[in-house]
Design a protein around this ligand. Structure first.
Ligand code: ATP
Length: 251
């Protein structure tokens, strides 16, 4: 049996021509991880996430999930293997209800889109699962509302709930609070805090308040390389990080 070691990245490199955008990155995301990836604009955070999800191919290095090599898998295969990045607001079906959006994600996961002949008596179970997911994201009252009629913060919760329907083992949250008014940002932090205990979560985020609220480990990326990583207390006390953030990067 494979041990649940989670996601392991070793010696990851990516060059675009002469530009190195990922440089010897080593990172572990074991089950239960709540790790934030921070760094100035252009540090390589999105590139790193794209290397993990399979949008980009590394120039060198290893990426494994519970010991299985992910490198040969394309994006869709990696989602099936358990590595998912949140659906983006732009991919939500805005005219459909929240429940219908979750159902689509569920059908995608089960390869059920074409299975119109599926036994009818198996559907209540599927709807129960959707109810549970709505409840987990405090969206039960909104299940029958059109996504377009929700506040932006709630739409971002729908993104997360849809992604969770895929039953990932590793979840990449790309700027989960971006665009959400500060009066609603607690919706996002609360939802992150309630994510399943055994899920490994990587949060790419500029909002330091959110990072220090939800992360148990912080990785600082600069020029494609890890400058340092540690607990929030260690990172807050790190002079290099303080210089980096006080020295010109403000969000
Ligand atoms: N397809 C590409 N071809 C060439 N260079 C690229 C490509 N994609 C990204 N880069 C470069 O890679 C570097 C890292 O970019 P990336 O978007 O990963 O940074 P980031 O940390 O996510 O930045 P931000 O916080 O602004 O989103 C930048 O210098 C960028 O210009």
């Amino acid at each position: 049996m494979t041990q649940a070691t989670g996601l392991r990245v070793r010696g990851l490199n990516k060059n675009f021509g002469g530009l190195t955008v990922a440089q010897d990155i080593n990172l572990d995301l074991p089950p239960g991880a709540r790790t934030a990836l921070i760094g100035p604009n252009g540090a390589g955070k999105t590139t790193f996430s794209n290397l993990i999800t399979g949008i980009l191919t590394p120039s060198a290095g290893e990426i494994t999930l519970n010991g299985h090599d992910l490198r040969a898998l394309n994006e869709a295969q990696r989602v099936k293997a358990g590595v998912a990045k949140t659906f983006q607001i732009t991919t939500l079906f805005r005219d459909l209800t929240v429940r219908q959006n979750l159902r689509l994600a569920q059908q995608e996961r089960d390869g059920r889109a074409q299975s119109w002949f599926r036994r009818a008596d198996s559907w209540p179970e599927a709807e129960d699962e959707i109810d549970a997911q709505l409840a987990a994201f405090r969206l039960s009252d909104m299940g029958d509302k059109r996504v377009d009629d929700l506040a932006y913060g709630q739409q971002r919760l729908v993104e997360m709930a849809m992604t969770l329907m895929l039953k990932p083992r590793v979840l990449i949250l790309d700027e989960p609070a971006a665009g959400v008014p500060s009066s609603d940002s607690h919706l996002i932090t609360d939802a992150i805090e309630r994510l399943p205990d055994d899920l490994a979560v990587l949060i790419i985020e500029h909002d330091m308040k959110l990072v220090f609220q939800v992360a148990r480990s912080i990785v600082v990326l600069v020029n494609g390389a890890i400058l340092t990583q540690g607990t929030p207390d260690e990172i807050a006390a790190n002079q290099q990080v303080r210089d980096l953030y006080l020295g010109g990067h403000h969000d």
